[in-house]
Design a binder for this molecule. Structure first.
Ligand SMILES: [Zn+2]
Length: 214
């Protein structure tokens, strides 16, 4: 069985969405003093590689603890949208030809922008993003779960503040995984898993995302 880690390591250099809480990971007790090590972990629900629950955008929508565990696994279908300029809009015409060869039942579509090379830098905010029509067409094709190796599938602090991908996918009861990495290393025919913490009432959760083949 091959396993490929698709998760950024959480540390002080973690890229944070503008306005989200800072990440901190401090020592509470030490082996030297108390005999055991315990740390205090403080972070937002959308920090690092994480999944958005419908409740992130939908009032009274399903929260992360209400999502059945099986929803955090599926067939990995990767769409190559690399080589883009900062804040490029990725349109359905760029995506559709890459999906026609795939059976999309139980698929989790991953958009590979290549933006993880900018992780921890200011450039990470200026990622390419998906045109709203992409989510609408994916829903028509029966796909409700998507992911991207960037801060968001919608534009971050730009001219387009509609959050249309979030509204469409989460509004349909789907899931969005953000800040993935290593999407180019997913082998053909792989499955992908991104189990979330069962946070009561949570609008999202950090995950350990990975691709695997049996
Ligand atoms: Zn999020």
């Amino acid at each position: 069985m091959a396993i490929i880690d698709l998760t950024h390591r959480l540390d002080a250099n973690t890229s944070i969405y503008p306005g989200d809480p800072p990440f901190s990971f401090s020592q509470c007790t030490t082996i030297e003093k108390e005999g055991y090590s315990v740390r205090n972990l403080a972070l937002g629900t959308h920090t690092g590689t994480h999944v958005d629950a419908p409740a992130h955008f939908v009032k009274d929508g399903p929260t992360i603890d209400q999502i059945p565990l099986k929803q955090f696994s599926g067939k990995a279908v990767v769409v190559d949208v690399t080589g883009r300029q900062p804040r490029d809009r990725i349109c359905w015409e760029d995506v559709q030809p890459q999906l026609s060869a795939h059976d999309l039942r139980n698929a989790v579509i991953r958009f590979h922008t290549g933006w993880p090379v900018h992780w921890s830098t200011a450039e990470y905010m200026h990622h390419p993003f998906l045109d709203g029509l992409v989510a609408e067409e994916l829903l028509k094709a029966g796909v409700k779960r998507i992911g991207i190796d960037a801060l968001s599938p919608d534009e971050t602090e730009g001219t387009d503040e509609s959050f249309s991908i979030h509204h469409t996918i989460l509004g349909a009861g789907g899931l969005i995984v953000e800040n993935l990495c290593a999407l180019d290393q997913i082998p053909k025919g792989a499955m992908i898993s991104f189990p979330a913490l069962s946070l009561a009432g949570g609008d999202g959760s950090p995950v350990r995302a990975y691709a695997w083949t049996s």
